[in-house]
Design a protein around this ligand. Structure first.
Ligand SMILES: [Zn+2]
Length: 288
């Protein structure tokens, strides 16, 4: 039987399910298990901002969860950074790879297994990730409204504001109820029209305004939706939330997320200057 793309269920409020095993393999580090369906969210090998889910497969702890790609002609599995192709490559399928202790070798292909995700951990990561999206949208808006852009930058965010986040973001790291983003205020951004020096001098004022905006948005209690354009890892997914702006916020995103703004008591950011041209936005969630 050829391996089929893993059917993903981590955007569907499903934390436990059973599924047949379609592939097992081991290397010096792990015993890898690929199932037909999974509720586990794997860490992305391209943009690893969102950690893998934790949980169990039968009685075994899932230590890590990665993206894998199987070459159908050879049946060979490539895991994480070893994947040599893009997600739309013909003759390949993308799968979720559950990484178990090397000693779990009594699992076999065709066997039905029970997969159970650590729900509180997944939900805490989801709140952190959605809060990161909200904070970056609030930062984009505040920088425009407080006049930090000398001219109109071409790239706009979903609300129509100059997309500082997209131009300047260096890294993003989701943790339980947290998200840390770093931004580079380089020469290119200044040429595009951002008053970087002003921003660095008045970082605390921007922080204050971003926090006000976030608390206003939370009062809307809007739903957060994940639009899935299919059932597999290779299909696009979008984070959606109506924040009462000019249009619905929609951001391409493969992560797991909060279900509603009602999941939050508070979202707060702290802006810190790291050096001459780098700033950090630390987003912190107080859950309900
Ligand atoms: Zn995201």
């Amino acid at each position: 039987m050829p391996v089929t793309p893993t059917i993903i269920r981590f955007c569907h409020d499903i934390w436990c399910l059973s599924s047949p095993v379609q592939m097992v393999e081991s290397d010096s580090k792990y015993f890898y298990v690929v199932t037909q369906v999974t509720p586990f969210h794997p860490v992305s090998h391209i943009w690893p901002d969102h950690p893998a889910d934790k949980g169990t497969l039968n009685q075994y702890p899932v230590i890590d969860c990665q993206v894998g790609a199987v070459e159908l002609s050879s049946g060979q599995l490539f895991v994480g950074c070893d994947i040599p192709v893009r997600r739309d490559e013909k003759g390949w399928v993308f799968v979720v790879v559950h990484c178990l202790e090397k000693s779990c070798t009594n699992l076999c292909v065709g066997q039905e297994v029970t997969l159970a995700v650590d729900k509180p951990y997944q939900q805490a990561l989801g709140r952190g990730h959605s809060a990161g999206h909200m904070a970056s949208l609030a930062l984009n808006k505040v920088l425009v409204e407080l006049g930090y852009w000398r001219k109109d930058a071409e790239r706009k965010d979903p609300h129509g504001y100059c997309d500082f986040n997209s131009y300047a973001q260096l890294s993003s790291l989701v943790r339980k109820d947290q998200c840390v983003d770093t931004y580079r205020l380089g020469k290119t951004l200044r040429k595009r029209g951002l008053n970087s020096a002003d921003l660095l001098n008045t970082l605390k004022k921007v922080e204050q305004e971003v926090n006000i905006q976030l608390s206003q948005w939370l009062m809307l209690k809007s739903e957060i939706k994940i639009k899935c354009c299919g059932d597999t890892l290779a299909d696009s997914r979008y984070w959606q939330c109506d924040l009462g702006e000019s249009g619905m916020a929609e951001i391409p995103c493969g992560g797991t997320h909060a279900r509603s703004l009602e999941d939050y008591n508070e979202i707060r950011v702290t802006l810190t200057q790291l050096d001459e041209q780098n700033i950090e936005m630390y987003t912190h969630v107080l859950a309900i």
